[in-house]
Design a protein around this ligand. Structure first.
Ligand SMILES: Cc1ncc(COP(=O)(O)O)c(C=O)c1O
Length: 252
């Protein structure tokens, strides 16, 4: 069962155990994502331990305890969240000796920093009032998180030019105010043709990409040391359009 309140869990587990066609084997919790302090997890896991102990005291079978995901992703230039080793030590302390099979569901902390989105500078547009726009060939369809919930992504120049950092509004080429990755971000001087990387794009990057504005999905490249391979090709416009079918009745 998903999203059961803590208060109800005990009663529902007991109820499910009395239904012949069900065999409850354990309890699970997930308290949120991008948690950068072990405190709330420690408190939640201690409550889960109490729940397991109470269920067992009632004679119910609890073999598995799933502690969910949520461990924060280390972002460049922000305080480091706890490491997986620190997380594991806390888990061992809080639920150690309980005699359950533990399950974990870490997502972002594994995937987020495994991917970057590469983009090329199309042009740098300086406005008379002093604002500087960096227009990229990547857009909100490739990485929707900043437009959707103002997610922060570090942006790095691949071959930074010498010079002072300058505030840039970083935007895509889609004609929408939402096609803005960030405003007034300090970046080294950049010119058309330069490459930049959006860091931490491995979680909710490609998976949330779309063909909005008839933009083919960006290809995906797997890199291992000095080796690399395209593992998902960019579709051509023809391939995108071939998927659009006209029903017979529309032409009559
Ligand atoms: C039940 C459950 N488990 C695990 C996760 C993964 O969380 P994260 O990617 O923050 O580790 C989520 C994310 O929403 C979730 O809902």
């Amino acid at each position: 069962m998903f999203g059961v309140s803590f208060g109800e869990a005990e009663r529902l587990y007991a109820k499910a155990s009395n239904i012949a066609s069900l065999k409850p084997v354990g309890v699970a919790c997930h308290i949120g994502s991008q948690i950068t302090d072990l405190g709330p997890m420690r408190a939640a896991f201690a409550k889960m331990r109490g729940l397991v102990e109470r269920l067992r005291a009632e004679g119910l079978n609890v073999e598995r305890l799933d502690l969910g995901g949520g461990l924060g992703v280390p972002y460049f230039n922000q305080p480091d969240p706890p490491t997986p080793a620190e997380y594991a030590a806390m888990v061992a302390q809080v639920v150690g000796g309980l005699g359950v099979q533990l399950a974990f569901e870490p997502g972002r902390v594994i995937a987020a920093n495994a991917g970057v989105l590469l983009a090329r500078v199309l042009h740098v547009h300086e406005r008379p009032e002093g604002r500087r726009f960096l227009v990229l060939d990547a857009a909100m369809n490739d990485l929707i998180r900043p437009a959707m919930y103002e997610a922060y992504h570090d942006i790095r120049a691949l071959l930074p030019r010498a010079g002072e950092l300058v505030a840039h509004d970083v935007v895509g080429p889609v004609c929408e105010t939402g096609d803005t990755f960030t405003r007034e971000r300090l970046l080294p001087p950049l010119e058309a043709g330069d490459l930049v990387a959006f860091m931490t794009a491995g979680a909710y990057g490609a998976a949330m990409a779309s063909e909005y504005n008839s933009r083919p999905l960006a290809p995906e490249v797997l890199v291992k040391g000095a080796e690399f391979a395209v593992i998902r090709q960019r579709p051509s416009y023809d391939e995108m359009l071939e998927r659009e079918l006209l029903p017979d009745w529309q032409t009559t």
